[in-house]
Design a protein around this ligand. Structure first.
Ligand SMILES: [Fe+2]
Ligand SMILES: [Fe+2]
Length: 154
C-alpha cells in the first residue's frame, strides 16, 4: 500500500521501520521494552524455522504468547494508548499502524493454532511481522508517546 504520489504510507502494517537505534526508554515504558527483547528472541527463532523444527518452535512461541505476548498487547491497548489519547490524537498513523498489526498478529496466531500442524512458512512470516512490529514501537511509537505525555527517561 502506498499513497497516490508513491510515498509509503507509514500507517501500513509491517512497513519497514524507520532506521536507527531505539533511544533510552522512559521509566514508565521500561517493562514493555523488556518484553520487546523477549519478543525479538521469539521472532528470530520463528524466522529461522524449517518444517522439521516447526512443531517445537510453535510450542515455544505459543507458551511465550500465553505467558507474556498476549498480556503485553493488552497492556499497550488498554493502558498505554488511552494514556496517550488523553493528551494527543490517537488517530496518529503510528498508533493506527500499531493497532492494525496487533489485529493481524492475533489473527495469524489464531490461524496457526487451528492448523493440525504448523507450517514453517506461516511461522517465518509471523516472525518477520513480530520483529517489524517491535521495531516500529521502539523506534517510532514509544518516542512519540514519551514526548506527548512528558515521560522522563529512566
Ligand atoms: Fe504492540
Ligand atoms: Fe509492544
Amino acid at each position: 500500500m502506498s499513497a497516490a504520489d508513491g510515498t509509503p504510507n507509514a500507517a501500513t502494517p509491517f512497513a519497514a521501520p524507520i532506521p536507527g537505534r531505539a533511544r533510552k526508554r522512559a521509566q514508565a515504558l521500561v517493562g514493555l521494552s523488556r518484553d520487546h527483547h523477549q519478543a525479538l528472541k521469539q521472532a528470530m527463532e520463528l524466522k529461522r524455522t524449517r518444517q522439521e523444527t516447526a512443531q517445537s518452535t510453535w510450542r515455544r512461541f505459543a507458551e511465550f504468547w500465553e505467558r507474556q505476548g498476549n498480556t503485553h498487547f493488552i497492556e499497550e491497548e488498554c493502558e498505554l494508548l488511552p494514556a496517550y489519547a488523553r493528551v494527543a490524537d490517537p488517530s496518529h498513523q503510528a498508533v493506527v499502524r500499531m493497532l492494525l498489526e496487533h489485529v493481524l498478529i492475533r489473527a495469524k496466531v489464531a490461524a496457526i493454532r487451528e492448523q493440525p500442524e504448523p507450517l514453517a512458512a506461516d511461522l517465518r512470516e509471523l516472525g518477520i511481522w513480530l520483529e517489524l512490529h517491535v521495531r516500529h514501537e521502539e523506534r517510532v511509537l514509544f518516542p512519540l508517546i514519551e514526548d506527548a505525555t512528558g515521560m522522563t527517561p529512566a
